[in-house]
Design a protein around this ligand. Structure first.
Ligand SMILES: NC(=O)c1ccc[n+]([C@@H]2O[C@H](COP(=O)([O-])OP(=O)(O)OC[C@H]3O[C@@H](n4cnc5c(N)ncnc54)[C@H](OP(=O)(O)O)[C@@H]3O)[C@@H](O)[C@H]2O)c1
Length: 326
């Protein structure tokens, strides 16, 4: 669906009392769009928007994103109030810095509740509306740490990698309904993300990881000097949504994000080159006829295009065994 041009668009954004979510809501309201904004505290959201922002087209929604019924009610409330739903932004998220063995089951569930279960609740509630109107745009705010993982960030990366997987699959599923999907991958942005408001730490820190404690201190010390400007980042997200369906799935924000992503791609390319001979060793000799035709993701479509200078150049007549699992 192309972005509405004959009326204000209706945006549903999660996590709006701070950072990118707050900036998105402020810019959209200033541009005359309608904004349903979820937050854990409407009071904090309204205070953060301040008196300079016209909030007549704002619907603040105090919602626990982990509560499916509450999320469904919030999406329906937004649809009823504004008569439509055009753009859904899953933005809420927080950082966690600690070693794998330091994260308790509670820490793990809390992160996945926000980054995965909460997003899934929003998607389940919104998709039936978007499908019925045959159009809309879903924006899932991931991170460059959804593409590449670094020590100390395992739990955060686990959440964002999961978000990337579900989003990539989703994009392939909903394209036929005219629904566009974008995965936003920021680098460091100057929001509250690296403050004590947003950066969670393990309650059971272990002495064996002094370098992670130093890393935590240096990250807290980064506050105010991150490369990314949240106003510019939000403007880029809005521009991408208005551009429509021709854009790629991923939107990297920040030159730091771009450099990290490029390093990951280089590493993957090396791995592919090194395993080109050995990977087929596990194949059955016979060729499997392939799965029934279903929605095809952009990755699958790209995988079938011979990459110049890489691989055998094309798939055999049928698809290889194991393709079903990809
Ligand atoms: N800033 C960065 O360096 C950076 C880099 C890569 C990716 N990101 C991603 O960008 C998104 C926005 O983050 P930000 O940089 O704007 O950080 P932020 O300033 O800390 O804002 C995060 C927002 O997420 C919501 N949130 C935080 N913890 C939550 C929880 N436990 N349950 C529900 N909502 C929660 C908050 O909403 P309420 O308080 O209103 O409920 C808050 O407005 C996140 O998904 C983050 O992972 C940020």
């Amino acid at each position: 669906m192309s972005h509405p041009i004959d009326r204000p668009a209706v945006w549903f954004i999660t996590g709006t009392s701070r950072g990118l979510g707050l900036e998105l809501a402020s810019q959209l309201l200033a541009q005359g769009e309608k904004v349903a904004a979820t937050t854990r505290s409407s009071e904090r959201l309204l205070a953060a928007l301040g008196s300079g922002v016209d909030t007549s087209a704002l619907l603040p929604l105090q919602v626990d994103l982990r509560d499916e019924a509450a999320v469904t009610a919030a999406v329906e409330q937004a649809h009823t109030r504004f008569g439509s739903l055009d753009v859904v932004v899953n933005n809420a998220g927080y950082a966690f810095l600690g070693a794998v063995e330091e994260a308790s089951p509670t820490d793990v569930r809390a992160m996945l509740d926000v980054q995965v279960v909460g997003v899934w609740n929003v998607l389940r509630a919104a998709l039936s509306l978007l499908r019925a109107q045959r159009g809309g745009h879903i924006v899932n705010v991931s991170s460059v740490l959804g593409l590449t993982a670094v020590p100390g960030w395992a739990l955060y990366c686990a959440g964002k990698f999961a978000l990337e997987g579900l989003t990539e699959a989703l994009a392939g599923e909903v394209a036929e309904f005219g629904i566009d999907v974008t995965l936003v991958e920021p680098g460091y942005f100057r929001t509250s993300f690296l403050t004590e408001d947003s950066l969670a730490l393990p309650s059971g820190a272990i002495d064996a990881y002094p370098s992670l404690r130093e890393m935590t201190q240096s990250h807290l010390g980064l506050q105010g000097s991150q490369l990314g400007d949240p106003a510019r980042g939000s403007a880029q997200i809005i521009a991408r949504v208005r551009d429509g369906v021709t854009a790629p799935l991923r939107q990297l924000l920040g030159s730091d994000a771009h450099a990290f992503a490029a390093a990951k791609v280089d590493l993957l390319r090396d791995t592919l080159d090194q395993s080109r001979q050995s990977a087929p060793a596990t194949d059955f000799a016979t060729v499997w006829p392939g799965p029934a035709q279903g929605p095809r993701s952009r990755t699958q479509a790209a995988a079938r295009r011979p990459a110049a200078g890489h691989g055998s150049g094309s798939w055999p007549t049928g698809e290889r065994a194991g393709d079903q699992a990809r």
